[in-house]
Design a protein around this ligand. Structure first.
Ligand SMILES: [Zn+2]
Length: 368
C-alpha cells in the first residue's frame, strides 16, 4: 500500500506496531531525503483523476487495488479533481504535514521515548519510572506550563499501559514540556543504553529545530541534516520495525520549509477544538444543537478576549514605566537555563523564550 501522498516510491511493509496502533500497520524505513521519489502536482492530480474516472466502471476489488497502489481514495468533491482549480491547487507544493501530530500525537517522540525506557528496563534498571517521577517533581517550570501533574505520568500503572501500547502516552503539550529535561535525566546512566539515548538526543535536536522554525532562524538543510541523523541513529538503536509513517513525515519537513518558508503546527487549532468540544460533547438534545453551542461558546471566547486585553494593558503599563519585557530569543550569555545545562546535557542551539515568559533585565531598571 502507498501511504505517502508525496512519494511515488514509498510503500508499506509490516510493522510490529501494527498490533497496537492503527498507524503502525505499516513500517517506513527510508532514512534519507535522497531516497525519496517525490511526485509533482500534475502527477498527483492525474492519479486521483484516474480513480474518479474509473469509479463505478471497474469491479470494486480492482478499484480497491488501484486506490491502494495510487495512495488515494475516492472522494466525490476532491479539490484536485476540479479542473477549474488547476491554476490554484498545487498539492505537491501546498501540502504540509503537521509537526505537532508527527512528533507528539502517538508520534515519533512517544515511540522513541518509550523505546528508550524499555531498553533501560531490559538493561536491569527497574526503578526508572520512580526516578523519573521524583526528577520531574524537582523542576521549576515556566508559568505557561501546567506542571502540577506532570510527575503523575510516571506511575507504575502508566508504565504497564505504555509498555503494552509500545508508546509513551501523554498529551502533546506535556510531551513538549518534558522532552528536553528527560534528555538531561538520561545522562545519569553513563554508558548504559548509549545507542538508544543517542537516538533520543538526536530527536530532541529535531524537535528544537521544528519548534524554532516560527522564529525564522532555521534553514531547510539544517533541519534535513538533523532529521537524517536522527533516523540513522534510531535505525541503529531499535531497527526499522518500530518506524511508523510519522517517521517518514520527518523527511518531508525540509522541503515544506523550503517551499513555504515556515512549518505549521496545530497546537492552536487543537486548543480551539478542545474549547468547542467542551460544550459540544455534552449536548444530547441535538434538535437545538447549534443554538446550544452558540449560547455557550461565544461568551467563552469573549471572556478570553477581555482577559487578553487586560494582559496587553498591563504590558503597556510596564512599557510606560520603561521596564523592558522581551519575549523572543534568549541571549546565550545570560545564563538562563541553557548554559547551566550545557556541561552535562545535550546543548541546544535554539534555546528560546516563549509567549508568557516575561524577562525583566536589571540593566533596564538601573538605567532609569
Ligand atoms: Zn513521502
Amino acid at each position: 500500500m502507498k501511504f505517502c501522498l508525496c512519494c511515488r516510491n514509498v510503500f508499506s511493509a509490516e510493522s510490529v506496531l501494527g498490533l497496537v496502533d492503527g498507524d503502525g500497520s505499516v513500517v517506513c524505513n527510508a532514512t534519507k531525503v535522497s531516497q525519496l521519489d517525490v511526485a509533482t502536482s500534475a502527477e498527483l492530480k492525474d492519479a486521483i483523476r484516474r480513480i474518479h474516472a474509473r469509479k463505478g466502471i471497474d469491479d470494486a476489488r480492482i478499484q480497491e487495488v488501484r486506490e491502494n497502489t495510487l495512495g488515494f481514495t475516492y472522494s466525490g468533491y476532491n479539490l484536485m479533481v476540479d479542473r477549474e482549480l488547476d491554476d490554484i491547487v498545487q498539492p505537491a507544493e501546498q501540502f504540509m504535514h503537521d509537526w505537532m501530530h508527527c512528533i507528539f500525537v502517538s508520534g515519533v517522540w512517544n515511540i522513541c521515548f518509550e523505546m528508550v525506557l524499555q531498553a533501560l528496563w531490559s538493561a536491569g534498571i527497574r526503578d526508572v519510572y520512580d526516578s523519573l517521577r521524583d526528577y520531574v517533581k524537582l523542576w521549576c517550570w515556566p508559568r505557561r506550563v501546567n506542571s502540577g501533574k506532570l510527575h503523575e505520568l510516571f506511575t507504575d500503572g502508566r508504565r504497564k499501559n505504555n509498555h503494552e501500547a509500545l508508546k509513551f502516552k501523554c498529551s502533546a503539550s506535556e510531551g513538549l514540556s518534558l522532552y528536553m529535561i528527560l534528555a538531561v535525566f538520561f545522562k545519569v546512566y553513563g554508558a548504559i543504553c548509549a545507542a538508544e539515548r543517542r537516538a533520543y538526543n538526536a530527536l530532541c535536536d529535531v524537535i528544537d529545530l521544528l519548534s524554532s522554525v516560527a522564529r525564522g532562524k532555521i534553514q531547510p538543510q539544517q533541519l534535513q541534516d538533523a532529521v537524517e541523523l536522527f533516523l540513522d541513529a534510531y535505525s541503529i538503536a531499535f531497527g526499522d520495525d518500530h518506524m511508523t509513517p510519522k517517521f517518514h513525515w520527518l523527511l518531508h519537513f525540509p522541503k515544506s520549509l523550503r517551499d513555504v518558508g515556515t512549518l505549521v503546527a496545530c497546537f492552536v487549532h487543537e486548543r480551539k477544538h478542545r474549547m468547542l468540544k467542551r460544550y459540544c460533547n455534552d449536548i444530547r438534545n441535538t434538535t437545538v444543537f447549534e443554538h446550544s453551542v452558540l449560547a455557550e461558546e461565544p461568551p467563552h471566547c469573549c471572556f478570553i478576549c477581555i482577559y487578553g486585553c487586560l494582559l496587553l494593558l498591563s504590558v503597556a503599563l510596564m512599557m510606560l514605566l520603561n521596564i523592558q519585557v522581551m519575549p523572543g530569543h534568549v541571549p546565550p550569555d545570560l545564563g538562563y537555563g541553557r548554559d547551566r545545562l550545557h556541561d552535562y546535557s545535550r546543548p541546544s542551539q535554539t534555546a528560546q523564550a516563549q509567549q508568557a515568559d516575561a524577562r525583566v533585565f536589571e540593566d533596564a531598571l538601573s538605567s532609569q
